[in-house]
Design a protein around this ligand. Structure first.
Ligand SMILES: CC(C)(COP(=O)(O)OP(=O)(O)OC[C@H]1O[C@@H](n2cnc3c(N)ncnc32)[C@H](O)[C@@H]1OP(=O)(O)O)[C@@H](O)C(=O)NCCC(=O)NCCS
Length: 205
């Protein structure tokens, strides 16, 4: 109950751009009427196995490799934040990220393309993955996970990449104030290009 109250009555409105407190209030209201709640998770969480399943349903990958990949973020990288969306006992979606720092593969690859001094790369948190199970999509869970992750992390700006072809995800991010930093970066030769997006969080940028 305390969590629900906290979600309904947040004391600060965090978001890309200048999202009003009322939007967050409405989102809290919708989350209750649609029957989901959000909970933090890490690699020791009882939700971790389901997080791995959701990741694999959305993006594929071998189970042990994905487990090691997410656990490395959760256990070793700074400013880890992970949330699951729960509908009753079901895990319907998840999202996580960490601080984006020089020396990390993703950060350095983006820095080569847009410049290491680009303001978007300074003091930034990267949303590594966000996924909602297909049966639970289109009811605001993705947006709620995104908003809660951004509100919980400590940086004034955030970053992400998603496939150029992923129109649904791009709409979600655009609608929530994210802007394009790169129109189509090929991280791994032979794979799909990814847009790189950034957003400022309550900084007026
Ligand atoms: C991208 C993704 C996370 C979005 O999750 P979601 O829970 O469906 O997101 P939302 O419900 O917040 O928004 C999706 C749509 O539902 C609509 N919607 C939100 N609440 C709604 C409601 N109560 N009733 C009807 N529609 C609603 C939104 O307006 C949005 O519409 P759009 O498709 O026209 O943009 C999900 O599609 C997914 O997991 N995709 C596979 C993995 C992926 O691509 N991840 C992102 C890249 S890292």
């Amino acid at each position: 109950m305390a969590k629900i109250i906290r979600y309904l009555f947040p004391y600060v409105a965090h978001h890309c751009g200048k999202r009003a407190l009322t939007t967050r209030f409405m989102r809290g209201f919708i989350s209750i009427t649609s029957g989901y709640t959000l909970e933090p998770f890490d690699a020791a969480s009882p939700y971790f196995d389901e997080v791995i399943r959701i990741y694999r349903e959305a993006f594929g990958g071998e189970e042990n490799a994905i487990r090691a990949f997410i656990a490395r973020y959760a256990n070793t990288l700074p400013d880890w934040r992970g949330y699951v969306a729960l509908t009753g006992a079901h895990v319907a979606g998840m999202g996580f990220g960490t601080r984006s720092l020089p020396g990390q593969w993703w950060h350095d690859r983006v820095a080569v393309e847009i410049g290491a001094d680009h303001p978007a790369l300074q003091d930034a948190w990267v949303l590594v993955d966000l996924a909602v199970r297909s049966a639970y999509r289109n009811r605001g869970i993705g947006a709620a996970l995104l908003e809660t992750l951004l509100a919980s992390q400590p940086c004034p700006r955030a970053l992400l990449s998603t496939e150029v072809a992923n129109a649904g995800a791009r709409r979600l991010y655009e609608r929530n104030g994210w802007r394009y930093l790169h129109p189509g970066l090929v991280f791994t030769p032979g794979q799909q290009p990814f847009v790189v997006m950034g957003c400022a969080i309550n900084s007026g940028e």
